[in-house]
Design a protein around this ligand. Structure first.
Ligand code: DC
Length: 229
């Protein structure tokens, strides 16, 4: 599942994984944790070599249970810190470094293979999952939503997490990040040629998840996997 920020990806992907009894991987959390490692080491995130060194040194661990998000950096819980402004502003620069992407794509593929072997299914969210990380995935979704709705959702998340912001600033930040993520040279965000595009502007989480469950069923992905409700 790919798409820009604020399209509801995380909520939809976690809910869908839970409903299907599948694992879940938030690849954005991995780019965010590497960004935090770079910021903590005090380097300039525009320095690709220094970012690569920091990424290679970082001990990263992410959970794959949709109900228990876990993000550990060097053994410490960073789940909240990686959502803060400092990381959000710097993450696109870090995610544009080819060596960082190679490193994380390798890790993501290993995690996916492990969960597929253990649990039998996984919902993976990011920007390049359908195009690069899992080009053979049996169902690829690209979520979209209007810029205003995406900013409003980000603002709601920020205020729920106690982070101060306003609509204009959030809209600017969301726009900037999506422009950087979709125009970078390596693995830019874009729908895979065979992705199903879903506009979530006027749809609640439940509506999107129900449609995706139906789609998964039509594709035969749930055969032998029990229930969809
Ligand atoms: O999904 P998110 O907002 O937590 O992602 C944070 C950043 O990480 C996003 O701006 C782009 C980058 N990212 C990426 O380049 N590739 C991915 N597969 C996932 C995220």
């Amino acid at each position: 599942m790919d798409g820009p920020s604020g399209t509801g990806k995380t909520t939809v992907a976690r809910t869908l994984a839970d409903r299907l009894g599948a694992g879940y991987l938030d690849t954005g959390a991995m780019y965010r944790a590497i960004t935090l490692a770079a910021l903590r080491s005090g380097i300039d995130v525009a320095d690709a070599d220094a970012v690569t060194t920091a990424a290679k040194a970082a001990e990263l661990e992410v959970g794959t249970d949709p109900n228990t998000p876990v993000a550990l950096l060097d053994g410490g819980d960073v789940a909240a810190e990686i959502r803060g402004d400092a990381v959000t502003s710097a993450v696109s620069a870090v995610a544009a470094v080819p060596a960082v992407r190679d490193l994380l794509v390798d890790q993501q593929r290993r995690i996916i293979a492990g969960v597929l072997a253990d649990v039998g299914g996984i919902v993976v969210e990011g920007r390049d999952i359908g195009t690069v990380v899992a080009p053979d995935a049996p169902l690829k979704i690209f979520l979209t939503a209007s810029a205003n709705v995406r900013a409003a959702r980000r603002l709601a998340q920020d205020s729920a997490a106690g982070r101060e912001s306003n609509h204009v600033d959030v809209l600017r930040s969301v726009d900037r990040r999506d422009r950087l993520d979709s125009t970078r040279a390596t693995n830019p965000m874009r729908p895979a040629y065979d992705a199903v595009e879903f506009d979530t502007t006027d749809l609640g989480v439940e509506g999107v998840v129900t449609s995706l469950c139906e789609l998964a069923e039509q594709r035969g992905i749930l055969a032998g996997r029990g229930t969809t409700s």
